[in-house]
Write a protein that binds this ligand. Structure first.
Ligand SMILES: Nc1ncnc2c1ncn2[C@@H]1O[C@H](COP(=O)(O)OP(=O)(O)OP(=O)(O)O)[C@@H](O)[C@H]1O
Length: 458
């Protein structure tokens, strides 16, 4: 009792009675306990944070490889992948204007179709000015919304293949058992309408082994959907930049097959159609792959038609950062030469396994084109080959392909080869490569002799 009395009222600081010292130690004890609890909480909290970070890293790693209907397809983290031109501004040299380079911008048709769709935007959008009787749409099969809902199980998340700037792509199965990819276009201020018309006009009637086939469409109310052949092995970006382990499944030969297929698809757009089609967004995520590594160029949402008499069209600059040709970026003047430049960048990406822009690399290596040109100029061409390629190409083969890259990215657009010529250049590479392989095999039985020059004579 005395303890509590003395403790509560009459304790002098100098009066260290047993009762007061016990009070002090009690309060000390409380402080220690409080500190202990706080420390424990802090340790627990930091442990929790650590666990969360680890889990999120692990789940991201895990997400890099997903079980796809067709097997394991590496997923690529968009953090390292593509940087769109959304925030860049470039000077228009001729007009002194500043052109804003945007991720996806307005697409004007030279035939005035988009004007019509812009009018429909003003009047509130949503109104379908594309009817099934539209002569432009006579090429394909019209699907009702119900049919596509059934094909995709009501557009369930499990059927989502991917998402692009224009909409979500679903895997669907039609009543006859055929598998399709359904792109549900986002109805973003009439953007769906425009993308829909561009794709339909550009590739609606086109059939080519190296172009993704557009087999039908759905235009009901404000809904716009495109139905494509399903390409079952992911896209090139996933295979080049996803988590594939220490050895890439993309051997040199497979990479060249993909490059050649892509070149053939683009050659057909540029040289086999009238009006010509300029794709405008050639990049690795738009190259779809089947199980035999056949390349199929996809995503024609930015495509432009080039009339025979026109050597270029002037248009707003669009595309993907790192792939856009310098003259198009600076003037807005577009022709097939811009696709050739983008193809050159893509070919570099295929050879090196590097993204066109990669901020995780040292400053001198962030820009693939600059780094690549420097390496070749310094006779270090052999070092640019993707280290994940187990058996590198012969120096002669490599030299040829490096030269194709350099010619495609020539700053003088007129000096760039046409896609048809590029096909021949890549095909010409086929034969010596095979014959070299044969001679390597023959040599295997003979004593080893190094006939590989240490430097690339470029
Ligand atoms: N016909 C198809 N078959 C299989 N997968 C497809 C098909 N079309 C598109 N995909 C996949 O769907 C995803 C989204 O494609 P989409 O063309 O809409 O956008 P993107 O090219 O990735 O991006 P963006 O349009 O913004 O450039 C891609 O990962 C692509 O691999």
């Amino acid at each position: 009792m005395a303890v509590s009395g003395s403790n509560s009222t009459q304790t002098h600081p100098s009066d260290q009675s047993p009762s007061s010292s016990s009070g002090t130690s009690l309060s000390n004890l409380k402080i220690y306990a409080a500190i202990g609890i706080i420390a424990a909480c802090m340790i627990a909290a930091s442990g929790l944070i650590f666990l969360c970070v680890r889990r999120s890293r692990e789940s991201r790693k895990h997400k890099m490889r997903v079980k796809h209907s067709s097997g394991l397809i590496p997923l690529v983290s968009k953090e390292i992948a593509e940087i769109k031109e959304s925030d860049r501004t470039v000077e228009d040299c001729e007009k002194g204007e500043v052109i804003r380079v945007e991720k996806k911008k307005e697409i004007e048709f030279e035939n005035g179709v988009s004007k019509k769709s812009q009018e429909s935007d003003v009047s509130g959008g949503g109104r379908s000015d594309v009817s099934v009787e539209d002569p432009n749409l006579g090429w394909g099969r019209w699907y009702s919304l119900k049919e596509l809902e059934m094909a995709t199980d009501g557009f369930v998340e499990e059927n989502v293949i991917g998402e692009g700037g224009y909409g979500i792509v679903y895997r669907g199965v039609l009543p006859d058992g055929s598998v399709v990819a359904v792109k549900n276009l986002l109805n973003n201020k009439g953007q769906a309408e425009k993308e829909f018309k561009v794709e339909v006009e550009a590739i609606g009637k086109v059939r080519h082994k190296n172009l993704v086939g557009l087999i039908g469409y759905c235009a009901e109310g404000a809904q716009r959907m495109l139905v494509y052949e399903f390409v079952d092995n992911g896209n090139l970006e996933q295979w080049l930049h996803g988590d594939v382990g220490p050895v890439s499944p993309l051997t040199w030969e497979i990479r060249m097959k993909i490059a050649l297929g892509t070149a053939k698809g683009l050659a057909y757009l540029h040289e086999g159609l009238e009006p010509k089609v300029v794709h405008r967004d050639v990049k690795s995520s738009n190259i779809l792959l089947d199980r035999k590594w056949n390349a199929k160029v996809s995503d024609f949402g930015l495509a432009k038609l080039l009339q025979p008499e026109a050597s270029y069209v002037t248009t707003r600059v669009m595309g993907t950062f790192g792939y856009v040709s310098p003259e198009y970026a600076s003037t807005g003047m577009l022709n097939e030469g811009s696709d050739v430049y983008s193809f050159g960048v893509l070919l570099m990406e295929i050879i090196t396994g590097r993204s066109p822009i990669d901020y995780s690399r040292p400053p001198g290596e962030m820009n693939l084109v600059d780094w690549f040109k420097g390496m070749v100029a310094n006779r270090r061409g052999e070092e640019v080959v993707d280290p994940l390629i187990e058996i590198p190409p012969s120096p002669r083969t490599l030299k040829r392909v490096l030269l194709v890259c350099l010619r495609c990215i020539d700053l003088d657009a007129n000096k760039r080869p046409k896609m048809g010529q590029i096909v021949h250049m890549l095909e010409a590479d086929d034969f010596p490569y095979r014959s070299e392989l044969r001679s390597v095999r023959e040599k295997d039985s003979q004593p080893a002799r190094s006939d590989v020059p240490s430097k690339l004579p470029l």
